[in-house]
Design a protein around this ligand. Structure first.
Ligand SMILES: Cc1cc2nc3c(=O)[nH]c(=O)nc-3n(C[C@H](O)[C@H](O)[C@H](O)COP(=O)(O)OP(=O)(O)OC[C@H]3O[C@@H](n4cnc5c(N)ncnc54)[C@H](O)[C@@H]3O)c2cc1C
Length: 469
């Protein structure tokens, strides 16, 4: 018989004395104790993982976070940091046996400063991503992180998962969008790395330890984010394409044709597109083409189109005609207005929402070298179907940063991990943790483990720097 015992995260229960201590720090409005109030904080976005917590603590500023973390540190209480709780793999959702706390950053939602001239903004970790995009736009600047959950995910969560999003091709993952961080360490001490230098070659770049760490090394409380010039001329197209090989060839030629203005390139299968059309009201099919593969391509430039000159649309039109002649593109439509472009993006961004409506499924987010994507898709699908013939694969993903994602729906059946591992090994690919379904307890801030990583970093620094000994 397999061992079905639920793993336990070491933590000491929250005693009445600790609860009084928490109340003294955050006040009654910073504590959620009743089951109904805690429910959105202990259930994951898909509604499939449900955990528990003694209390949800909602501090209002860094000082309160620091005191809460110190109190938990002194009493051996495990902390699950949480932003918007949209992380898809249950990292922010407490485990069913969790008797520690959930630390929600949602009340820390202030934009502290926007510096349009220096192309940066300083924000608190609980700011909702979409608010930050809008704040940047209101200063004629662009904050490029963009993903389906942007209306509810928070920047602290984005950085802690090192999120990618649909602009990853051009701007990189979340860690590339950060100049500085403020972090509360596992013992409650505040690490102030809130710098806004574009060039900073002074010693270790410790901020990168915290991005992608999923809260295991500390709680991100503030960030200085990079901004870019706002796009002034953009073209968005939906392409029916021959196959995934055509997709990577199209992208490879698009760089020069767009004069290095490729913003996004998203491969969508017919199956994933149809799933969105089935479940998301108001979305239109841009092309009624008989092909299993589509590509969403966006080019954008910060230079406004001047009268009579060729803009992004004209350049893209010529490019698509060339690609049709080469047999890679079967049909294509360029969005003629904001609404048509938005509709194309809605199809891509609503995949997670549609997949939730479709029912139970398994989602794997896997990075593969660009040239290996077509082969990986073929072999991955074949291997999965060999093991589970009833599985319905919905492949999709960003092309360009070695990335491709496969959603597979198989009712309540377990995903054939053997197939996945074989395919990964062959393609030398790596899974992206933030979309992997959770098998083990979520990462929590384990004070001692986390401190030892941090102290190893500072011990290394001290060993080489006599002033710091
Ligand atoms: C519809 C949808 C589309 C998505 N699309 C994409 C996509 O295109 N690309 C992509 O990369 N991801 C995508 N995601 C997943 C994405 O990673 C998350 O939505 C987002 O980045 C997480 O932010 P959050 O605030 O919800 O974090 P949470 O889910 O609350 O937390 C995520 C992890 O970070 C930790 N954490 C949260 N806040 C902090 C903090 N302040 N300090 C320390 N640790 C913290 C948590 O403990 C947890 O481990 C999508 C999710 C959804 C629901």
């Amino acid at each position: 018989m397999p061992d079905t015992a639920i793993p336990v995260i070491p933590t000491v229960p929250v005693t009445p004395a600790v609860l009084d201590g928490l109340r003294a720090i955050v006040g009654d409005k910073g504590l959620i104790l009743d089951d109904q109030g805690k429910e959105p904080f202990v259930r994951d976005w898909r509604g499939s993982l449900i955990g528990t917590a003694a209390v949800v603590v909602r501090p209002a500023n860094t000082e309160e976070v620091s005191k809460v973390v110190k109190l938990c540190f002194d009493n051996g209480i495990a902390i699950v940091p949480q932003g918007g709780n949209t992380g898809l793999m249950g990292g922010a959702t407490p485990w069913p046996t969790h008797s520690g706390i959930v630390l929600s950053l949602g009340r820390m939602n202030k934009v502290i400063e926007v510096d349009p001239v220096g192309y940066s903004m300083t924000v608190e970790a609980g700011c909702v991503l979409q608010t930050l995009q809008e704040t940047a736009a209101s200063h004629d600047r662009f904050f490029p992180l963009s993903l389906g959950a942007q209306g509810s995910c928070m920047i602290g969560g984005n950085l802690s998962t090192n999120a990618g999003g649909v602009q990853v091709l051009r701007y990189g993952n979340a860690r590339n969008l950060v100049l500085g961080l403020e972090v509360v360490q596992p013992n409650g001490e505040v690490w102030n790395g809130l710098r806004s230098l574009k060039k900073d070659n002074t010693g270790y770049d410790l901020k990168h330890l915290f991005m992608g760490a999923e809260g295991t090394l500390g709680v991100i409380t503030k960030a200085v984010l990079k901004l870019w010039p706002a796009p002034k001329d953009a073209a968005t197209a939906w392409l029916a394409i021959r196959d995934p090989q055509a997709a990577i060839e199209i992208l490879s030629e698009a760089y020069a044709a767009s004069e290095d203005n490729v913003g996004s390139c998203e491969l969508m299968s017919r199956a994933a597109t149809d799933m969105v059309l089935r479940h998301i009201p108001g979305v239109q099919d841009p092309i009624k083409a008989d092909t299993p593969w589509f590509l969403l391509l966006e080019w954008s430039s910060s230079r406004p189109k001047s009268d009579g000159a060729e803009g992004m649309s004209e350049k893209m039109e010529q490019f698509l005609a060339d690609q049709m002649e080469a047999g890679r593109v079967l049909d294509a439509v360029i969005g003629q207005n904001e609404a048509q472009a938005r509709n194309m993006w809605r199809i891509r961004e609503a995949v997670a929402e549609a997949s939730r409506a479709e029912g139970p499924g398994l989602s794997y987010d896997i990075s593969v070298s660009i040239s290996k994507i077509p082969d990986f898709i073929d072999k991955g699908i074949t291997a999965a179907l060999d093991i589970l013939p009833s599985i319905r694969p919905y492949p999709l993903g960003h092309i360009g940063r070695h990335r491709h994602r496969q959603d597979r729906r198989a009712g309540a059946l377990p995903f054939p991990d053997r197939a996945r591992h074989d395919a990964l090994a062959e393609a030398r690919a790596r899974p992206e943790e933030h979309h992997e379904p959770r098998q083990d307890p979520p990462p929590v801030m384990r004070h001692d483990d986390s401190l030892s990583v941090l102290s190893a970093a500072s011990a290394g620094e001290r060993a080489y720097d006599p002033d710091k000994r």
